[in-house]
Ligand binder design. Structure first.
Ligand code: NDP
Length: 400
């Protein structure tokens, strides 16, 4: 049916590539392109012979628009799947505009020198994408992504009005290291050390980093401490869920992770301010990334499960209603299936599904869109089919 150019060859891209190769009817051909070509070649070597999908590889610096345009013109994909880092979102969108190619990603743009992520930069491309007759699908991972589809599903099938929404992201996995991050350490640490915020009564309420803490008993994981974070989907959901009064995002962290993070912060290792070291300029957080375990290598060591979902409160037919929709994913099972831990898996599967929605024409609207702006039904069906089945509860424990 179509051809995808996949940019990036890290933890998330590896899962997406496996999933595209399981879905050869839709992904007849893929080109994996990244900064380090050997990682693309390794992926190709692992999959070739096991799939009908034709795989090619290429080297690209996705910070360079001209290089990207040249690659897109050579490969001629129907869609570019941006599975590199949030820093590359705008350059890749520029190249898609220049070549009139559909675009999707899993995380919103963040400037390298400012630990601040918001949609304004990407939403500014709306008119240009519309005029070019191409579509950009923003945030097709788990959160954002599946949590956004869950919201569209709740709006369409479960509620007349949604008033409160809590997104709970629990990783009950244990990789055996005292400190490691489950996806790109630089992006992860920037997210966790930033101020928290939530949406209430039409405005943002800001908190100190990790100031708001709750304990929740997660199905098949157990009791975990979770902390309120600023998270990108809150920004778009606040606009796209009519009448919403409050949206919060919580993520679980273990005590060992937080103690190490505190210590690294105290000694300046999480800073993104460049410093001079032995005649060379380095950024402490990037140096830290270089010494931490690569998230792509955590797969064989990680045991336990993730449990991520959304609790909604609102009204249906004039009555109060509560609804929890969530997915539980087992690190060891995903490793057996695609050689990756569940955090990469829960992001890579929806990345493939988002691209499939565009390639099959199920979602087809020129412009720049967030996931919850589309009909959730085909995506919800695809989650069940492609490895992230969802569960529901109409009587969940609420977060105070
Ligand atoms: P990794 O660090 O494992 O992989 C990133 C990949 O991008 C690497 O292959 C890297 O190449 C490549 N890359 C980086 N810079 C460039 C560049 N300038 N040009 C070309 N390639 C480049 O990250 P993850 O796979 O863990 O994360 C990928 C994305 O998924 C991130 O944007 C992350 O924020 C997002 N994410 C989204 C989630 C969600 O639920 N929505 C959850 C988790 C992650 P190299 O090998 O040379 O470094």
């Amino acid at each position: 049916m179509g051809k995808a150019l996949i940019i990036g060859a890290g933890g998330v891209a590896s899962v997406a590539v496996h999933k595209c190769c399981q879905n050869s009817e839709v992904f007849e051909e893929i080109c994996i392109a990244s900064r380090t070509k050997s990682k693309c070649d390794d992926l190709k070597a692992r999959l070739e012979g096991t799939t009908k999908t034709k795989i090619t590889t290429a080297q690209v610096d996705a910070d360079n628009v001209d290089e990207l345009i040249a690659l897109i013109e050579k490969v001629k994909p129907d869609i570019v799947m941006n599975l590199a880092l949030p820093y590359q979102d705008l350059t890749i969108m520029d190249a898609c505009l220049a070549t009139k190619t559909h675009y999707m990603d899993t995380a919103n743009y963040e400037p390298k020198d400012t630990p601040k992520f918001e949609y304004s930069w990407q939403w500014a491309y709306r008119e240009r994408f519309e005029k070019a007759g191409i579509m950009a699908l923003l945030g097709s991972g788990f959160d954002p992504g599946v949590t956004s589809v869950f919201s569209a599903h709740a709006m369409k099938h479960e509620f007349d009005e949604i008033h409160y929404m809590d997104i709970l992201d629990c990783n009950g996995g244990d990789h055996g290291y005292p400190f490691a991050t489950n996806f790109n350490p630089e992006i992860n640490i920037r997210e966790v050390t930033a101020n928290g915020s939530y949406w209430e009564d039409g405005k943002w309420v800001e908190t100190e980093p990790l100031e708001i803490k709750r304990t929740y008993d997660f199905e098949e994981v157990g009791e975990k401490n979770m902390y309120l974070l600023h998270h990108e989907e809150v920004e778009s959901l606040a606009l796209n869920i009519p009448g919403i009064k409050r949206i919060r995002f919580f993520m679980t962290f273990g005590d060992s992770y937080l103690t190490h993070l505190q210590c690294l912060q105290n000694v300046g290792m999480t800073s993104i301010e460049p410093i001079e070291f032995q005649g060379q300029e380095i950024i402490p957080l990037q140096f830290l990334k270089a010494v931490l375990p690569d998230p792509a290598t955590l797969g064989p060591r990680t045991k336990g499960k993730t449990n991520i979902g959304c609790i909604f409160q609102g009204k249906k037919d004039g009555k109060d209603k509560t609804y929890y929709v969530y997915n539980i994913c087992d690190h060891e099972e995903t490793y057996r299936e695609v050689g990756s831990q569940a955090v990469s898996y829960t992001t890579g599967v929806p990345a493939m599904i988002g691209a499939m929605m565009i390639l099959t024409g199920k979602w087809n609207k020129p412009g720049v869109y967030n996931i919850e702006e589309f009909d959730p039904d085909p995506f919800m069906d695809a989650l069940n089919k492609w490895g992230l089945p969802w569960r529901e509860s109409y009587n969940p424990v609420l977060v105070d």
